[in-house]
Design a protein. Structure first.
Length: 313
């Protein structure tokens, strides 16, 4: 019996077919993607085939079976048996948290919710883009002419108007902060004035110690909802800046906890921001140049989420 490599056949079929189905596992789809200009990474990517994986495309359209028959010179029954054996091994590997590789196409793995996730390779399968490299660029800085110095009289009037405007803005800011603080902390203020009228707490609760705060493996304290406080960023050197890469938005706290644990295991610093019932989860790190951001983005996309993107710099 010939050795049949089912995974290696996918890359050869996608340039000529909009979809290639693997019965019992799912299907790959390929669509034309025009050239892209990435202002963050500073590069221009040539036209390509955007490959995706869909678990719902698990029917047998006969394309893969016919390709195996023609390529390896085997019968239809033997080709169907090779596909079924590959699917069994792939599902077993996915359940064991292993990657299933398809050469020049990408890899499959199970995400935190138990769904199959596709991690595409950097290989460009579009035939017309063969040999076209990725072009890197840097924005040009334009030097602006130096304006003439203002006259002494104009400078005096400008300074007076600037001082008046600054004082007015400062007064309005103080007023806004005072009003906002009152409405935000009105229950606490009312409770403070009503404290003397409250009854004394029962004696049996006086010596009860406060509960320990829930902590992540790194020792970071969590808030009342179980979400880590991400307000404190890593200490930066004078020449460094802070960058945040977003992985996704989650409503389920268990999914957030599992993703945070995964981020720690991969050696990244988690970033969490909660807005109502939605928690934004990502990675935060210091950087000194655009190349650092590009390398970190590719690393996060490879290890955690291929659709991760730079959110804040």
């Amino acid at each position: 019996m010939k050795q049949v490599d089912v995974a290696a056949c996918i890359a050869g079929l996608l340039p000529d077919h909009p979809s290639v189905m693997i019965p019992g596992l799912g299907g790959f789809t390929a669509a034309y993607a025009p050239a892209k200009v990435d202002q963050v990474l500073g590069n221009i990517q040539p036209p390509s085939l955007e490959v995706r994986f869909d678990e719902n495309l698990a029917a047998d359209d006969g394309l893969l079976t016919a390709h195996l028959v023609e390529t390896y010179g085997i019968g239809y029954e033997e080709a169907s048996g090779a596909i079924q054996g590959f699917v069994r091994k792939a599902k077993s590997a996915l359940q064991q948290k292993e990657l299933v590789s398809f050469p020049k196409v990408g890899r499959l793995r199970l995400d935190f919710e138990g769904s199959i996730q596709f991690l595409p390779d950097a290989e460009n399968l579009y035939p017309d883009s063969f040999g076209l490299p990725e072009i890197r660029f840097r924005p040009l800085k334009r030097s602006e002419p130096t304006p003439p110095p203002p006259s002494p009289a104009f400078e005096t009037r400008s300074r007076a108007r600037s001082s008046f405007s600054s004082g007015l803005v400062l007064a309005l800011a103080i007023l806004a902060v005072t009003v906002t603080a009152y409405f935000l902390f009105r229950p606490q203020i009312n409770a403070l004035f009503a404290f003397q009228a409250e009854e004394e707490a029962p004696m049996e609760r006086v010596n009860v110690p406060p509960p320990e705060p829930l902590r992540e493996p790194s020792g970071e304290a969590l808030d009342d909802e179980g979400v880590a406080d991400s307000s404190e960023a890593p200490t930066l050197a004078p020449e460094q800046k802070q960058c945040i890469i977003v992985i996704g938005l989650f409503r389920d706290k268990n999914n957030v906890d599992r993703l945070v644990q995964r981020i720690y295991e991969e050696g990244f610093e988690p970033y969490l921001e909660k807005n109502g019932t939605i928690t934004r989860v990502g990675v935060q790190f210091p950087y000194t140049s655009g190349e650092d951001v590009a390398g970190s983005l590719r690393n996060v996309q490879s290890k955690l989420e291929p659709k991760a993107f730079v959110w804040k710099k």
